[in-house]
Design a protein around this ligand. Sequence first.
Ligand code: AMP
Length: 249
Amino acid sequence: MKVLVPVKRVVDYNVKVRVKSDGTGVDIANVKMSMNPFDEIAVEEAVRLKEKGVATEVIAVSCGVAACQETLRTAMAIGADRGILVETDVELQPLAVAKLLKAIVDKEQPGLIIAGKQAIDDDANQTGQMLAALADLPQATFASKVEVVGDKVRVAREIDGGLEILELTLPAVITTDLRLNEPRYVTLPNIMKAKKKQLDTFKPADLGVDVTPRLKTLKVSEPPKRGAGVKVPDVATLVDKLKNEAKVI
Ligand code: AMP
């Protein structure tokens, strides 16, 4: 069984993002970029499935600028067997990515697609769900445990008040939650090995997909600065402030 893992290149989670002065977006010039953390978890899960003998091949796919190759090399250093880059300079929105991934799914026929639950740049939380709809596949989002049993996959999801266990028939789409696993550190020998692994590049037009943006960002702004706190002398004043100033009780 092939496992397909979509990986997105995003601003590293340690970077404090700056909004561009004209409010058109976030400034990513000279900013450290990394693999979306949920996608790292997805690659790790796919590689573990391969190590258990459940998966035969792990394919990482990234859509975006040429530099997404680095993200694919990282996925291959974790253990993905090969990479696919769908290269475009156009700003990609979730529906466009889902259509590109659907085209790759049609080409590769994976038994399982493991994506991140959301990309930490736009926080859309849409691509996996849209892909499942477009490819007409069952989906289990926010997975905290994944177990393949025969032609089914059992997925645990953390929901309010407990765990929900879903059983899906393969092929299926899963999106990863933070607690699914802890990705391994990539080692230097594996980084070197990853450089030699196969990486194919397509353009959206090769896949017959129109990636023209359908949503327009009107404005991006910084959150308001937090005001200074105050010390209250006693509980009665605190309760009074919560009731009459903050109006939260
Ligand atoms: P989003 O819907 O944008 O929050 O992204 C959810 C997941 O979809 C990510 O964690 C990735 O697994 C996948 N994804 C989103 N954008 C891309 C992209 N440009 N290339 C590859 N995978 C992507």
